[in-house]
Write a protein that binds this ligand. Structure first.
Ligand code: IMP
Length: 473
């Protein structure tokens, strides 16, 4: 066995012992990172997990790298060596000149030269990465790539084990025996862990709230130097959270005046030194208001009663609607298009879709009454179209297609008026409940058989003004 093989074998022993210990997750991963870096005689190592939206990487364990480097800013998974996310092992000979390096300035300051990255894959899906950094230029050898890839596998297994413990802890054993017998790990509805060690319980609460509203967040991703002396940073400020969707840093505070004064001072300095950075100092009352402002929670929390979980956040809806509108604009280029909606559920979707379509469109609405028991198919038209659609290109816009009865009826009614073409765009498709087969040309999302509300959809007339789509309790 040569010296490297010896070091790798020793590192595996250490990693096995550490991952099998009762240490807190973060400490465990810091030690794994230290062993991995040590085995390859590298300067440092970072273990990162993708956030739930799979856009950013959270550092969940590290060794040998400075705080300034680790908190250099949001690490965008698609900009920073995206091949790793495709499941590849990536060796970078020269970090500073490689175009895939997101923060070359920080890498230069940290004196990093080469990098070896491997994906952390769980059940066939990339959930994170491990990266090894060196301070002299290095060509990584095949056995070093094998080593780091195996360490990534051990981390994937360890995270799965921790998720399993968390699941068993929250679902009492007696509950579990009543459920269907588990035959493999993949039967478990595991929720991926984000082993972030928050500095304060209020931060954990804020993160839970952000998760509930499906708002992307990163915890302390960037430290801002505030003052320095002879090239040495003497004062730093690390805001608690960064919300990439709205490009906003957030520093949480309590009602304690002594804390507020200090934090206010830092926030003011940060604004002066970094005028392009948006930051807010928030207490609990403030952040509830902020959620309202960005449409994540309506003011007056009573409207939220009964909402069990958010299926699609406002941002997700906006993104999806934009991409549908782009597709429609392309498909109908140079044609006269009439959008026809059925009142009232479609109002939010229709208005957002229309605003994002780049070709001229006409608009019309119908209102129909659907009997409570749809099997007797007594659908009546309460309001007909205002204009004729003969020889026009018609796009029926629906909020949700459930049994397909309503759409089938309306499509028959409209096609009798001989439009030039007739297509369907629905935001939601509850395919599992379909009774009549109707063809859908544009679909926002296919959803399970669950009753959903919000973004125009109602339950006995309520919940239409929620800015997101939610499942009721
Ligand atoms: P269908 O005729 O069964 O396809 O029903 C379509 C209509 O039922 C929609 O336009 C909605 O008004 C209503 N609907 C079906 N599922 C839901 C739901 O989950 N939430 C709210 N309304 C729904």
């Amino acid at each position: 066995m040569d010296a490297t093989e010896n070091r790798c074998s020793l590192a595996f022993k250490q990693i096995a012992r550490v991952t099998n210990s009762a240490l807190p997750v973060k400490k465990m991963l810091n030690l794994v990172a230290a062993s991995a870096a040590g085995a390859l005689q590298a300067a440092g190592c970072a273990v990162m997990l993708l956030n739930p939206q799979k856009e950013y990487l959270d550092i969940i364990g590290a060794s040998g790298l400075s705080d300034v480097y680790l908190r250099k800013g949001a690490l965008n998974a698609r900009k920073s060596y995206p091949d790793i996310l495709d499941g590849k092992i990536v060796a970078v000979d020269d970090i500073l000149t490689d175009k895939r390096t997101q923060y070359p300035g920080h890498a230069a300051q940290e004196n990093l030269k080469s990098l070896l990255g491997a994906p952390i894959v769980q059940k066939g899906e990339v959930i994170g990465e491990i990266r090894i950094y060196t301070r002299s230029k290095r060509r990584f050898k095949p056995h070093e790539k094998d080593f780091i890839s195996t360490v990534a596998d051990i981390i994937a297994l360890t995270l799965e084990k921790i998720e399993l413990y968390q699941y068993l802890n929250t679902h009492h054993q007696s509950n579990l025996t009543q459920q269907k017998k588990l035959t493999s790990f993949s039967d478990l509805p595991l929720t991926p862990i984000r082993p972030t060690s928050f500095g304060h319980p209020s931060e954990a609460e804020f993160a839970r709230l952000l998760d509930f509203y499906q708002v992307e967040w990163l915890y302390e991703p960037r430290s801002f130097p505030l003052s320095s002396q002879d090239d040495r940073i003497t004062e730093m400020f690390t805001p608690d959270f960064y919300l990439p969707e709205i490009d906003l840093y957030i520093e949480l505070t309590t009602a304690r005046q002594s804390l507020i004064t200090g934090k206010n001072h830092k926030v003011r300095m940060l604004k002066e030194l970094y005028p392009d950075i948006s930051i807010k100092l928030l207490n609990k009352g403030d952040y509830l208001k902020l959620f309202a402002k960005y449409g994540f929670i309506p003011l007056g929390e009573n409207k939220m009663t009964g909402v069990q979980r958010i299926l699609f956040s406002k941002t997700q809806l906006q993104r999806r609607v934009k991409s549908l509108a782009k597709q429609i604009s392309g498909d109908y280029q140079g044609q006269e298009l009439v959008l026809v909606g059925i009142l009232k559920g479609v109002v939010c979707f229709m208005s957002d879709l229309m605003l994002n379509i780049s070709i001229p469109v006409m608009l019309d609405f119908m209102a129909i009454s659907t009997p409570a028991d749809k099997s007797d198919a007594l659908i009546r038209i309460l309001k007909d179209l205002d204009t004729g659609i003969e020889n026009k290109h018609v796009l029926m816009v629906e909020d949700i297609v459930d049994t397909g009865m309503t759409l089938n009826y309306v499509l028959n009614y409209l096609s009798a008026r001989q439009p030039a073409s007739l297509k369907v765009c629905t935001l939601l498709d509850k395919r599992a409940r379909r009774l009549i087969d109707v063809h859908l040309d544009y679909v926002g999302y296919e959803i399970r058989d669950e009753f959903v509300v919000g973004y125009g959809l109602d339950m006995a007339g309520k919940y239409r003004n929620l800015p997101f789509i939610a499942v009721l309790e």
